[in-house]
Ligand binder design. Structure first.
Ligand SMILES: [Zn+2]
Length: 375
């Protein structure tokens, strides 16, 4: 077997939960036992890289196991099984998630490992790689933000674990040529979410192991490049992640002032504008009253709602977003928000009086944070 044909398996969480990224401990155990029975040995990505560089061949059955995001089940459920089989893995962690803050809703299906857990795994031969500081869709970041996402992660891992970071994983598989060049310059290896055996420098492909991967399919993943289209639900998420809502600085200022003037109550507004290729552009904001005068809820009267829609129509525009503020909590959707976001596929923009941040969300099958662009 050529080193360039060694499969890299992509896992997320080991947990009995109905989520595409979660594999039960029982199933994981069957998969690892199969690897053991078939004489597979795990190798590090550095070993893989060197083998590829030297164009090596091997008679051994080598495999690389990776886990993205740093979920807790990797420590509590996967680690004992890997240890029993004499296997090690590479983990890609998101430092701001380990500290338990700023976890986007699509990443919240589980809890995360602690730095102590990671330290222990690292002491047992696991590689701890970077999955960036806060798991952003990298291609839409400005240069400065991109640099920060990458550097802050390395600094945090170095500080907490005393390790130089040698491996990297693109969040959501998002990268372009410029990002790949940057990553190649900093790390020994990097992995993407493309499904096959290819080993492009700075973006090795991986074989996905998912909640519905049968043992038969798992066996095939070891010998045949998957080379398949990503599932539709995944592409839908990726499609939405690429969207953004554009708001002018002056409209943004109007919304923030509106929020401040209504404190301690929640404020609300209807955003009027147009749909554009990669999202929405706000052209006008229609400030509305929160008829509940509540600190934790808001309701726009039917009259104002109609007025907002009429205003949009008269100008040949659409309602492209709902704005509201949360005077005393973080800028993420409440359960009431989620209820109203259902069946309303426009962005919800939330301003937090607590952190002074403005964030935008979309809900479909799950909640996705999208970027707010200013102009
Ligand atoms: Zn991830």
């Amino acid at each position: 077997m050529k080193f360039s044909e060694i499969p890299i398996l992509m896992y997320h969480e080991i947990r009995d939960l109905n989520n595409p990224w979660c594999i039960s401990q029982k199933e994981f155990c069957r998969q690892m036992n199969l690897l053991k029975k078939e004489d597979y040995k795990t190798i590090s990505l550095t070993r893989l890289k060197n083998g590829i560089k030297n164009n090596e061949d091997t008679d051994e059955k080598f495999i690389v196991i990776t886990f993205d995001d740093g979920y807790e089940g990797v420590y509590s459920k996967a680690y004992p099984i890997l240890r029993d089989n004499g296997f090690v893995a590479t983990l890609y962690v998101v430092p701001s998630w380990i500290d338990g803050k700023e976890i986007p809703l699509e990443g919240q299906y589980s809890t995360f490992m602690s730095w102590n857990n990671l330290k222990e795994l690292s002491n047992h031969g696991y590689d701890i790689g970077s999955h960036t500081f806060s798991h952003q869709w990298l291609v839409k970041l400005e240069n400065e933000e991109l640099r920060k996402e990458i550097e802050l992660a390395d600094v945090a891992i170095k500080k907490k674990l005393g390790l130089d970071v040698k491996h990297f994983c693109y969040p959501y598989g998002s990268f372009n040529e410029q990002i790949r060049e940057l990553v190649i310059g900093r790390y020994d290896t990097a992995v993407s979410t493309i499904q096959n055996f290819s080993k492009i420098v700075g973006a090795y492909s991986r074989q996905w192991v998912m909640y519905d991967t049968s043992l038969e399919q798992f066996k095939r993943l070891l010998i045949e490049p998957a080379d398949q289209e990503n599932p539709k639900w995944y592409n839908d998420i990726i499609g939405k992640l690429q969207k953004s809502i554009i708001i002018s600085n002056s409209d943004r200022e109007i919304l923030i002032q509106h929020a401040k003037s209504k404190e301690p109550y929640e404020s609300c507004a209807i955003l009027i504008g147009e749909e554009i290729e990669r999202g929405w552009r706000v052209i006008e904001v229609f400030l509305t009253e929160n008829i509940e005068k509540s600190e934790i809820n808001f309701t726009v009267s039917n009259e104002q709602l109609l007025e907002g829609y009429k205003m949009a129509e008269e100008k040949g525009l659409d309602v492209v977003g709902i704005f509201h503020s949360l005077p005393k909590s973080l800028p993420s959707p409440s359960n009431t928000d989620i209820k109203f976001m259902k069946g309303n596929p426009i962005p919800w923009i939330i301003y937090s009086g607590l952190t002074k941040e403005m964030k935008a969300y979309l809900l479909d099958s799950e909640i996705i944070q999208i970027l707010i662009k200013q102009n």
